[in-house]
Design a protein around this ligand. Structure first.
Ligand SMILES: [Zn+2]
Length: 218
């Protein structure tokens, strides 16, 4: 069955935004005004929090950046470690809901503001997964705080752990060129990083986007 990325994004806006939107933030109309746009200061949130999205699926937020994690019967799937601080706080948040180890970490895309700090999970034996295009960026722009992927894939990939699954979908260049859209097996939503953000789509100044690539996904 063919499905367009536009339709996928539409589902995400409908389903993810109510779960992740901050209260009393700027309106969608305000966010869509051209940059510079003071409404984007609404993302300068303080502190951190954990939100249950579905059975075994949680969103972890530290300041304005989010990851998700999924608890299975045989370990935890975590996504973007972001930074040493974010990863440490997310590890503590995971420990509050389960004693399971983090066995897998999935990178959303190659940008440093989402993929640093994973060593805490590597130290407990996690397998790191990313689209294959990310690896070139990691070698071209070395960063000692990035754990290299153990498993890569070229198209779509379904991660199956402990009776649960998370679908990782690749749509080609969009924001960066190794972005994956994640669909946990529970909850009617997608986890999309930097393409669709709570209350706005996409980031107002479109950094590192490829809007001319607008294909469909088989
Ligand atoms: Zn990015």
């Amino acid at each position: 069955m063919k499905r367009g990325i536009t339709n996928i994004a539409f589902v995400a806006v409908l389903a993810v935004t109510p779960a992740l939107a901050w209260e009393d933030g700027p309106s969608l109309e305000e966010l869509m005004k051209p940059a510079p746009n003071r409404a984007w200061n609404g993302f300068a949130l303080a502190g951190h929090s954990t939100t249950k999205l579905a059975d075994g699926v949680y969103a972890f937020r530290n300041t304005g950046t989010r990851s998700i994690f999924m608890v299975t019967n045989d370990g935890v799937i975590a996504t973007d470690p972001v930074s040493e601080t974010h990863a440490k706080l997310m590890r503590e948040a995971i420990a509050e809901v389960t004693d399971q180890p983090v066995t897998h970490v999935v990178y959303s895309h190659e940008h440093w503001d989402h993929v640093q700090g994973g060593q805490i999970f590597k130290d407990e034996g996690a397998t790191f997964i990313a689209h294959e295009n990310c690896v070139r960026h990691f070698y071209d722009r070395p960063n000692p705080n990035i754990v290299m992927p153990d498993v890569t894939f070229s198209d779509d990939y379904t991660l199956e752990v402990g009776g649960r699954s998370m679908e990782l979908m690749y749509f080609g260049p969009n924001h960066g060129d190794c972005m994956v859209v994640m669909r946990p097996d529970a909850g009617d939503f997608l986890f999309i990083v930097d393409l669709v953000t709570s209350g706005g789509a996409p980031l107002g100044f479109m950094p590192d986007y490829a809007p001319h690539h607008c294909g469909t996904h088989a």
